[in-house]
Design a protein around this ligand. Structure first.
Ligand code: ADP
Length: 274
């Protein structure tokens, strides 16, 4: 009788445990599948430029008595080598933002400096397309975070705005403070007059290696990892990145980050989080 009563009492607990275990297993399987997908994607992305380089080097050897052809093939080898370098660099950046806790080296970072750096990084690409870049509202604003990671995130957004816009358009960067119950945030919005993103693609552009138009992305040296890096940096800083877009009209990517003052106050209230 007692044994029955005990097992009746234990049973619901037991089934919940089993349920938890099953949920854990499903989550573990999901993570494993995502990891396998990522390795498959990386391998595929590496294979393309490596294969091209191998074919081109053969072509150079076969054309050794035709200096013009050699020069042409060598030029294409250089493009493929640059593609490979970009890809490896972005993979390193992604793994770095995934593995380092950004708040270990957090400091107040001036928004005007981050914006100036991002504009500098894109000045050449924008210049060749006669795209004008303008920034506003950044004075006296500070975000709280890892300077290098924040610069990489904003740089990626501005780079995309330039890459996915036609010639003679405008890229605007606007910053402002927004108040919320949890503390003040800074929003930095990057607006372009480019090709835009469809409703269906909007949710997916933050996935690793997802590109709306792979050929166009490759042509601009894109790797499909930029927005995944931005999303990770935003989240690990307690912020977020959102996109508004109208196809054929342009896009606005908004990076919301904790304001330096507010984040510091929180850290002081909970010194163990410091
Ligand atoms: P990529 O290296 O291909 O630019 P990202 O992760 O930065 O990779 O972006 C993923 C995809 O999202 C791009 O290939 C492009 O299709 C789309 N995208 C990103 N930014 C913009 C933008 N400002 N305007 C239009 N499409 C964009």
């Amino acid at each position: 009788g007692d044994a029955l009563a005990v097992s009746a009492r234990v049973a619901p607990l037991g089934s919940r445990l089993v349920l938890l275990l099953v949920e854990d297993l499903t989550e573990a399987r999901r993570i494993e599948a995502v990891r396998r997908d990522f390795v498959a994607n990386v391998s595929h992305e590496l294979k393309t430029p490596v294969g091209a380089l191998s074919l081109l080097s053969e072509a150079v050897m076969d054309a050794s008595d035709d200096p013009e052809a050699v020069e042409r093939f060598a030029g294409r080898m250089q493009i493929e080598a640059t593609r490979l370098t970009n890809l490896v660099q972005e993979l390193i950046d992604l793994s770095r933002v995934q593995n380092d806790d950004p708040l270990e080296d957090a400091e107040p970072v001036r928004v005007d400096e981050l914006v100036a750096e991002a504009i500098d990084r894109c000045r050449h690409a924008a210049g060749t397309k006669q795209i004008t870049m303008a920034a506003g509202g950044t004075a006296d604003l500070h975000v709280w975070g890892n300077r290098g990671q924040l610069a990489a995130a904003l740089g990626n957004l501005v780079e995309n705005a330039v890459n996915y816009s036609p010639a003679r358009t405008r890229v605007g960067i606007a910053a402002r403070r927004t108040s919320a119950p949890g503390g003040d945030s800074i929003e930095v919005a990057v607006t372009d007059q480019g090709i835009g993103i469809s409703e269906k693609d909007k949710e997916r552009v933050f996935e690793r290696f997802y590109r709306v138009d792979p050929a166009r992305s490759r042509a601009t040296g894109g790797t499909g990892l930029g927005l995944a890096i931005v999303k990770h940096v935003a989240a690990s800083h307690g912020g977020e990145v959102t996109v508004w877009s109208s196809e054929g009209q342009g896009s606005t990517f908004t990076l919301r980050l904790p304001e330096a003052g507010a984040a510091r106050d929180r850290a002081q209230q909970h010194p163990d989080l410091d």
